[in-house]
Write a protein that binds this ligand. Structure first.
Ligand SMILES: Nc1ncnc2c1ncn2[C@@H]1O[C@H](COP(=O)(O)OP(=O)(O)OP(=O)(O)O)[C@@H](O)[C@H]1O
Ligand SMILES: [Mg+2]
Length: 242
């Protein structure tokens, strides 16, 4: 039996009278790469905002690790619990080096961060994984767009998260950078980790996702493997056909 990493149960988020998330329920298992797709405004980022403690839902709950109710906890508490996220908008510190970013990421984990040689090992390992080992001393502001995306993934990865959420990791990337990012996401997949990826690039989604959740107007329109998603008339109608 695979343990549920995230259980979203009857979630509703309102902005004024508008339902950004509307009685949404879904379960994401450890060992899974789950893609969340859907048209602009479907509620994808809002869902990540609720899970990461930025937005409070009107109704419903989020259970972590099969049992722990994290609904309404602070962002810091949720990050400490091992749920980490890369934002849709790029957010590197232009004046800090690549290495410093990874060190910051390693220090905010759910376990007490490593120190001394263990910290150096962790930084080296993460830099290798995200393909930035030869950029360690460079300022983040000097990196290309793709490298900045990988740096942000590296920051999240440095804390060794149980749940890793990526909001549009390949937006604006070249085909080659996108292929590298797909290989990276697959390499981060582990039996004791759940990965949630929001993306509009369907070829990328096909390469990474074990299962796809299609959101539309704050609800699940369809859930299943990518080939079934592509074949679903409802999904084609509201999203893929446009
Ligand atoms: N803080 C807010 N106040 C008011 N409305 C909001 C707020 N945040 C999001 N919304 C609205 O909620 C809806 C869902 O937004 P969300 O950002 O979750 O969409 P999305 O699926 O991530 O879209 P995209 O693919 O464009 O990133 C949108 O209509 C958006 O305008
Ligand atoms: Mg979004």
């Amino acid at each position: 039996m695979s343990l549920t990493a995230l259980l979203v149960d009857g979630l509703t988020v309102r902005f004024g009278s508008f339902h950004a998330i509307d009685d949404l329920s879904l379960a994401i298992d450890y060992g899974e790469v789950r893609a969340v797709i859907g048209p602009n405004g479907a509620g994808k980022t809002t869902l990540l905002d609720v899970i990461s403690g930025i937005t409070r839902p009107k109704q419903g709950r989020v259970l972590f690790d099969g049992r722990e109710d994290i609904t309404g906890r602070s962002e810091a508490a949720i990050a400490r619990a091992g749920i980490r996220r890369k934002f849709q908008k790029p957010s590197v510190f232009e004046g800090l080096t690549v290495r410093q970013h990874i060190a910051i990421g390693a220090g905010t984990g759910f376990r007490r961060g490593p120190e001394g040689p263990a910290l150096e090992d962790r930084i080296g390992e993460v830099l290798e994984t995200v393909g930035l080992a030869d950029q360690a001393g460079r300022l983040a502001g000097e990196l290309g767009h793709g490298q900045k995306q990988w740096l942000e993934i590296g920051m999240v990865l440095a804390s060794d998260p149980r749940v890793l959420m990526l909001d549009e990791p390949v937006a604006g990337l070249t085909d080659e950078e996108t292929a590298r990012t797909a290989a990276l996401v697959r390499a981060l997949n582990r039996p004791d980790r759940a990965i949630v990826v929001v993306e509009h690039d369907m070829d990328f989604v096909e390469r990474i996702a074990d299962k796809v959740t299609v959101l539309h107007e704050g609800r699940t329109l369809f859930e299943g493997p990518m080939d079934k998603v592509r074949a679903d008339a409802g999904v084609v109608d509201v999203y893929l056909g446009r």
